[in-house]
Design a protein around this ligand. Structure first.
Ligand code: NAP
Length: 334
């Protein structure tokens, strides 16, 4: 059985997902794509023998499309996910699920009304093998009782269209989901401090920033986010427990020892660092759908992450600790 997938948005990550689904994921193929950059979409469609539609609604309505991947810009996600739910089609939506808590609630309400899960959110770190080792050490109590986590999120650079809010809604949203998933707890408050900006920061963007997340059970997570660090993509995590620590450095690095020096490579970007995680995410999504189940990060996870990210934007703007308030979790996401 081959799952016929349609992909909306064939930019950076959408084009990668098309390639993975067409040639690396077993049990799946790409039958349709759409992007407003029509020439690019047509080229990508031709490369995998898919149809390039004239609109994203035509792709959703295409009877040959059984499941959909959304990789369009974030502000379009909620409307496109809602259309997928209305059509009764499973959808893997790249993060963010929506840019606001309100829009995420609309998605959850539509999915709850549909009666079963159709939506998965692209929080692919949950599939990363190194992060899974960290989670394993927390879950089997190898480090005792978890107390603190230190996280680092550095990009070599980001586009000039990046804003201070996007530091949270586009980048730190990964750490928000990672913290919620690692500790199986919601974030209850956040504090953000931004000091001296890097001369390489996008004009007007507070970069770097230090973010604190307080979780419901008292675990505290700090995140250094620095999106123009220049030297590469550097994502790290250390969890401090009552009996030890577990840490994750860059797992795909190599080192060269020469002339009295040890030189380590750092991944150039997220594509290199998380390549295998994206593949494992898609394979798990397709395997789950073969048995009629969507089992990855849910619309609730997308909702909670969006609310926390927006609270962090508020915390920076106001210079104050900001409490996070979530609606009651629908039983569909228990
Ligand atoms: P991108 O390269 O800008 O790709 C987005 C594509 O969607 C562009 O080709 C854009 O065309 C197109 N588009 C614009 N309006 C559209 C519409 N109405 N319908 C369909 N497509 C439309 O961005 P990206 O880096 O691939 O990011 C896409 C999404 O994936 C974002 O939500 C981002 O946060 C997420 N993402 C997730 C990860 C991850 O680690 N999970 C990594 C990267 C990105 P134009 O360029 O002409 O506007």
């Amino acid at each position: 059985m081959t799952l016929n997938v349609g992909v909306i948005g064939t930019g950076n990550i959408g084009a990668d997902h098309v390639r993975r689904l067409a040639s690396q994921v077993s049990g799946a193929g790409v039958t349709a794509v759409f992007d407003i950059a029509t020439e690019r979409a047509a080229e990508i469609a031709e490369g995998v023998g898919a149809v390039a539609h004239g609109s994203w609604t035509a792709l959703v309505d295409d009877l040959d499309v059984e499941a959909i991947v959304i990789a369009s810009p974030g502000p379009l996600h909620a409307e496109q996910v809602l259309a997928c739910i209305e059509a009764g089609k499973p959808v893997l939506c790249e993060k963010p699920l929506a840019t606001t808590g309100e829009d995420s609630i609309k998605v959850m309400e539509a999915e709850v009304a549909f009666g079963r899960r159709l939506v998965q959110v692209g929080f692919m770190r949950r599939y990363d093998r190194a992060y899974r080792v960290v989670k394993g050490a927390i879950d089997d109590a190898s480090i005792g009782e978890p107390l603190l986590a230190h996280m680092v999120h550095r990009n070599a650079s980001v586009p000039h269209t990046f804003t201070s809010a996007m530091v949270m809604t586009d980048s730190v949203i990964h750490e928000i989901d990672t913290a919620r998933w690692l500790f199986d707890q919601e974030v209850v408050a956040t504090t953000v401090v931004a000091g001296r900006p890097s001369p390489q920061a996008v004009a007007g963007v507070r970069d770097p920033q230090l973010v604190l997340f307080e979780l419901a059970d008292g675990v505290v997570v700090d995140v250094e986010v620095f999106l123009n660090c220049q030297y590469g993509y550097d994502v790290r995590c250390e969890v401090v427990g009552s009996m030890g620590t577990v840490s994750m450095d860059n797992p795909s690095t190599n080192s060269l020892r020469r002339n009295g020096q040890r030189i380590e490579s750092v991944p150039a970007d997220w594509r290199v660092r998380f390549n295998t995680a994206y593949l494992d995410e898609l394979q798990d999504w397709v395997d789950g759908l073969a048995t009629g189940v969507v089992r990855g990060p849910s619309a609730w996870d997308g909702y909670a992450a969006a609310v926390v990210a927006n609270c962090a934007v508020h915390a920076l703007a106001e210079g104050a600790r900001t409490k996070v308030t979530l609606v009651d979790r629908p039983s569909l996401y228990a």
